[in-house]
Design a protein. Structure first.
Length: 349
């Protein structure tokens, strides 16, 4: 009697188990997916808040300190002008001229006045400034000419080479662009709405921000429909989530790195120091203003001393010896800074 051939098709139990495993795996992927989206949103907010704090502190510092800095800069320029006039109008012996030049240079190298060569190439500087200005204007004009809703197949994410990540991001971008392209609607109100949405889509794409693209997709309920009883549908959804989660992990790591780098800039250190100072009841801006006021006093006395020499109200010997009053001022500045630093502990300024 011939043996019955065993059926090679999967049994109902096997299919049920396969679907059950896929459901569990899909649930795990979706949980990771949502967790990554939340972490990215939180980290992006943290980064944006930190950058905004840097900007606001820089603006506040400029508004409070700029008048004093301007006054110091004017005195600084006066000193340079006085030395220029001295070298042009006074006649010195070779050695005396060298000693006065050396004194002028030492004031610059020690940071008492700003660095300035005897023969500044002002024309070259202005040309460089003009070139830089033109380059900036050209970039701005180019950016302004771009249409927010323009979809260009050759457009790439910021990376030079098209990576697997950028391809996946681009697929999501094109899917959204296909739906929200303003040219595809006639109603003026819908056109306006789609234009605004496309601005967000294009911005997210240019920044390689998959999380934002997926957020837009979710807001407008554009996700893929999955048949929970179809092994193929579930497998496709799992594969898609695996790829997206990998990209989201990379995006999260990049945000963390951006925040770390921002905190390590001088502006970032200023934010940390400012917060520390506030906790200890100090105002860093008050300290900066006090320091600049002392510097202005020193530079003003120096300006008066040099002007007296220019007007021949003192001898060359007295001039080269320097103003006695400034010696005490140097000690006063050091004492003030030392006292402040002791009170502030490790606070940096």
């Amino acid at each position: 009697m011939p043996k019955k051939r065993k059926s090679t098709s999967p049994t109902t139990t096997e299919v049920t188990l396969a679907l059950s495993d896929l459901h569990i795996y899909l649930s795990s992927l979706e949980k990771d997916h949502q967790s990554l989206l939340n972490k990215i949103k939180k980290k992006r907010t943290e980064l944006n808040n930190f950058v905004e704090k840097m900007r606001s502190l820089a603006t506040e510092m400029f508004q409070k300190v700029h008048p004093s800095l301007q006054k110091r800069a004017e005195l600084d320029q006066e000193i340079h002008s006085l030395f220029t006039e001295i070298f042009k109008t006074r006649k010195f012996g070779k050695q005396t001229h060298k000693r006065i030049e050396s004194l002028y240079m030492s004031l610059q190298t020690e940071g008492i006045i700003s660095p300035k060569s005897f023969q500044e190439e002002e024309d070259e500087d202005s040309e460089l400034d003009e070139l830089f200005e033109n380059a900036e204007n050209n970039h701005e004009n180019h950016q302004n000419r771009r249409q927010y809703w323009h979809v260009d197949d050759e457009n790439e994410t910021p990376s030079a080479a098209r990576t697997e990540d950028s391809k996946k991001i681009r697929q999501t971008f094109l899917k959204l662009a296909e739906i929200f392209h303003p040219d595809k609607v006639r109603d003026s109100e819908t056109h306006k709405t789609h234009t605004e949405i496309m601005k967000e889509i294009n911005k997210a794409y240019q920044e390689g921000d998959l999380a934002r693209l997926l957020e837009i997709e979710r807001q407008h309920e554009l996700g893929d429909t999955v048949d929970s009883n179809s092994e193929d549908d579930l497998s496709r959804r799992c594969k898609k989530l695996e790829q997206q989660n990998e990209i989201l992990k990379n995006q999260y790591d990049k945000l963390r790195e951006e925040l770390r780098l921002a905190k390590n800039t001088p502006e970032g250190a200023m934010v940390a120091d400012f917060r520390k100072a506030q906790k200890q009841g100090f105002s860093p801006f008050d300290f900066m203003l006090k320091t600049i006021e002392i510097q202005i006093k020193v530079i003003r006395e120096l300006r008066d001393f040099i002007r007296d020499f220019k007007d021949q109200k003192m001898t060359i010997t007295d001039f080269l010896a320097g103003p006695e009053s400034l010696m005490g001022d140097d000690e006063m500045i050091e004492s003030f800074i030392e006292e402040f630093m002791e009170e502030m502990g490790e606070f940096r300024i």
